[in-house]
Design a protein around this ligand. Structure first.
Ligand SMILES: [Zn+2]
Length: 200
């Protein structure tokens, strides 16, 4: 199993085992609350973030101008270096071996079912009606990072520079799963870390 996971990650595929991405609807999130799933299996640890665009760039409408686009691209670039988001103890000897960063727009299918106008949506970005429609839009930043660790038990805490990196950030709701069981944490900027001692 581990071998298979490693191969998938090394090609950076999206067809990974536990992917909330498949089932999750972007518009179900709560602004100010980012979600993070951490899964430990053997010597691998995986981080999967789903964070409302409001918490990252301060808006969720479809980018309207160059400034919006620049903000989104800058945010994606920031996610590209995971140390902007979280850090692991260096003595855990964890090496990044898979990564995916994306901006997930609202599921078009869902919207499509409810709004007939949706088909025209993309073609009419300049029309005034678009702004109204856009206000209802949601999107979120999705980021997944996988590590192979030489000494995974040394991960006694995980720190989150995330809160300092993104000034619009709210809380992070963390679900942590290992073969010791599962735990959840609520993390905020005033104490940006989780204590995983004894949980791996
Ligand atoms: Zn939203």
């Amino acid at each position: 199993m581990k071998y298979i996971i490693y191969i998938l990650l090394s090609f950076n595929l999206m067809t990974f085992t536990i992917s909330a991405e498949e089932t999750r609807q972007v518009d179900k999130h709560e602004h100010g609350v980012g979600e993070l799933n951490i899964a430990v299996e053997g010597s691998t640890i995986e981080f999967e973030f789903m964070i409302p665009g409001a918490d990252i760039v301060g808006f969720e409408y479809v980018a309207k101008n160059d400034e919006d686009i620049a903000k989104i691209n800058q945010a994606l670039k920031t996610f590209d270096d995971y140390t902007n988001i979280f850090t692991l103890p260096s003595n855990s000897l964890c090496e990044l071996n898979g990564q995916k960063v994306a901006l997930k727009e609202e599921d078009e299918h869902d919207e499509h079912e409810e709004h007939d106008e949706h088909e025209e949506h993309d073609e009419h970005e300049e029309h005034d009606e678009h702004a109204e429609h856009a206000e209802e839009n949601h999107n979120e930043f999705y980021a997944k990072y996988s590590f192979e660790c030489g000494n995974i038990n040394a991960i006694k805490e995980v720190n989150f520079p995330y809160f300092a990196t993104f000034t619009n950030s709210g809380e992070l709701e963390v679900q942590f799963i290992s073969n010791m069981g599962s735990t959840s944490f609520g993390v905020e900027g005033d104490k940006p870390l989780i204590n995983t001692d004894g949980k791996i």
